[in-house]
Ligand binder design. Structure first.
Ligand code: SF4
Length: 242
């Protein structure tokens, strides 16, 4: 029986999809984003607090069913597609139980098994690190093409998409790059919304705990005015905004 390696659980999540959600953070991620605030999720072989089968996780979720009935469940990480088989089966069971399913992913792994997770996904929250290949490599160590393939597949299947994009001063905070990203996304009618996320430094202490160097140590958090300006700039293109 397949077991999911789970980094942590959040029973009243309000920022990872619509409504109140039961959010599961899966262990393991192939990327190394410079701004990652969960470096403790990277190693998929790291000891975790919970190892559940999809059914066991659903049973845990159902304890909160009355709270999440207008929200649903979210799988995030780390990178949930590292455990694609578990993710697909868990979402299948959630759908059967009448729960809305949201997959928060970087789309970093794109193969038959990971695409099959979309069979039971109601909302794909796709984190596009950067459209430009070279910039994307700089941001996360990968060229980002798999994320775009994942988006293509969501479009083909008619799965709703919310794009997430972290704006980092000196890295992805560039009007020209953001314009290009928005132009690109206009070609995908399944995209309902872009969540512009300001870079923050709340995860820095984890690097200290893990004895890892923090790549953006001289970078200040993105200002509230700047993120507001970005949200204003594109609000007519994707009117549903965070
Ligand atoms: S994809 Fe997410 S978990 Fe993985 S390194 Fe990037 S920010 Fe961290």
């Amino acid at each position: 029986m397949i077991k999911g390696k789970i980094h942590s659980l959040e029973s009243f999540g309000t920022v990872d999809g619509p409504g109140i959600r039961f959010v599961t953070f899966l262990q393991g991620c192939p990327l190394r984003c410079q701004y990652c605030h969960n470096p403790d999720t990277w190693d998929k072989n790291r000891a975790v607090k919970y190892e559940y089968t999809p059914q066991e996780l659903l049973e845990e979720v159902l304890r909160y069913k009355s709270f999440i009935r207008n929200g649903g469940v979210t799988l995030t990480g780390g990178e949930p597609l590292v455990q694609a088989e578990f993710a697909r089966e868990y979402f299948r069971l959630c759908r059967e139980a009448g729960l809305h399913t949201a997959l928060d992913t970087s789309g970093a792994i794109c193969n038959e098994q990971t695409l099959a997770v979309l069979d039971y996904t109601d909302l794909l929250m796709l984190d596009i690190k950067a459209l430009d290949e070279a910039l994307c490599r700089k941001v996360c160590g990968s060229d980002g093409r798999n994320a775009l393939r994942y988006l293509d597949e969501a479009q083909k299947r008619g799965v709703k998409v919310w794009i997430r994009h972290v704006v980092v001063p000196g890295l992805t905070d560039d009007d020209e790059q953001l314009d290009r990203l928005v132009e690109y996304l206009k070609g995908y009618p399944v995209v309902e919304k872009i969540e512009w996320l300001p870079y923050h430094t709340m995860g820095v202490f984890k690097y200290e705990q893990l004895g890892l160097p923090y790549p953006l140590k001289d970078v200040e958090p993105l200002s509230a005015e700047r993120i507001k300006t970005i949200r204003e700039r594109y609000k007519d293109v994707f009117p549903v905004q965070k």
